[in-house]
Ligand binder design. Structure first.
Ligand SMILES: NC(=O)c1ccc[n+]([C@@H]2O[C@H](COP(=O)([O-])OP(=O)(O)OC[C@H]3O[C@@H](n4cnc5c(N)ncnc54)[C@H](OP(=O)(O)O)[C@@H]3O)[C@@H](O)[C@H]2O)c1
Length: 319
């Protein structure tokens, strides 16, 4: 199958490299790559001037699958949302690591994909490639997700760890940026927008919440200081940016907060780029998934696993 990439930053490059490494067992081909400022490439050619629009790019780069891997916009999910709709309009399946569209318009996108007869997959939007959505889809028949608790933002953890060692917030952000895991605008991580977008995506997909990141009761770590983190650490407490969702009598409550936890709490124990998500369910009680030291390689793997799944469903390839 052919895959057209929209976005070729940290994740896009790792995805292309993974497709290349796996090409003998999984013969995907890159149909083209489109970026905002670095131009557009068709087939396996070089980058030239950017296509005048994503529509033009998609028309000139025929593919079965489109990978939407552009920057997060927590305000409205655009332009990624329009990119995905342009792909659907051309009968293309979509894989994405961009949580904006899932956080803003999952229910509508699901209907539009079904009407177009194509698949929309988004495993990498939360917890990199660790199975969350695919696990719920494939392995939990009949189970209702009643809520979740997660430590889902790696940048905030690296920043808090840097502060515990007496460094500034800015030094922590730089350390996270060197790992390629911060959002292009790191304030989205620090102010909790990345966590709010992930929580909205989880609630929309797993709990049919139909909310946006703006509906999440959100407070980030912007006001945290190294002094406060060290004072808490001296008392065996840890600060962690935690996302929580629960059904309550008036609907679904979704919250992101820097919580003070006992330092042996499982949420506090997952450090650095490790993430933990607990799903609270009716039939399975509380179950969890964890990703230890995940990075862009694992985000790329989530896109890859979605593409393989689509290829299997399309029946065109026997993997
Ligand atoms: N990095 C991670 O660890 C991670 C993990 C999970 C999910 N994600 C998500 O994956 C996505 C990509 O992350 P990243 O780290 O790869 O970001 P990035 O390094 O900032 O790269 C973003 C890419 O998108 C392109 N782009 C931006 N706006 C565009 C537009 N309007 N049209 C076409 N291309 C556009 C950029 O083009 P230029 O190259 O021309 O600037 C760049 O190639 C984000 O949504 C992020 O939230 C990232």
């Amino acid at each position: 199958l052919r895959i057209a990439l929209i976005g070729y930053g940290n994740v896009g490059r790792a995805f292309a490299a993974l497709l290349q490494r796996q090409r003998h067992a999984y013969p995907f081909r890159i149909a083209g790559i489109h970026t905002a400022r670095h131009g557009t490439a068709y087939g396996d050619g070089r980058f030239g001037p950017p296509a005048s629009s994503v529509e033009e790019f998609l028309d000139r780069a025929p593919s079965e699958i489109v990978a939407e891997i552009t920057t997060l916009n927590p305000a409205n999910g655009e332009p990624a949302l329009s990119h995905i709709r342009a792909a659907f309009a051309r009968g293309r399946h979509v894989v994405t690591a961009n949580k904006g569209p899932i956080a803003h318009a999952y229910a509508a996108l699901r209907e539009q994909a079904a009407a177009a007869g194509v698949q929309l997959r988004f495993e990498s939007t939360v917890m990199d490639g660790v199975p969350v959505f695919n696990m719920a889809r494939n392995n939990l028949p009949g189970v209702k997700v009643l809520g979740f608790t997660g430590a889902l933002n790696s940048t905030s953890k690296i920043v808090i760890e840097a502060m515990r060692q007496g460094q500034s917030m800015q030094a922590g952000i730089e350390a996270a940026r060197r790992l390629g895991i911060t959002e292009a605008d790191a304030s989205y991580d620090i102010e909790g927008w990345d966590s709010a977008a992930k929580a909205a995506a989880l609630a929309n997909v797993l709990m049919d919440a139909r909310i946006t990141p703006q509906d999440v009761d959100r407070r980030g770590i912007a006001r945290l200081t190294p002094e406060r983190v060290r004072e808490l650490a001296a008392n065996r407490k840890a600060v962690c940016l935690v996302s929580r969702a629960r059904f309550n009598p008036t609907g679904i409550r979704v919250r992101v907060r820097a919580e003070v936890l006992d330092d042996r709490d499982p949420l506090a124990a997952v450090s650095g780029t490790s993430n933990l998500l607990l799903l609270h369910t009716d039939l399975m009680g509380t179950i969890g998934t964890a990703g230890i030291n995940c990075g862009v390689e694992q985000t790329a793997y989530g896109l890859f696993s979605d593409a393989v799944d689509i290829a299997r469903h399309a029946g065109s390839v026997q993997f």
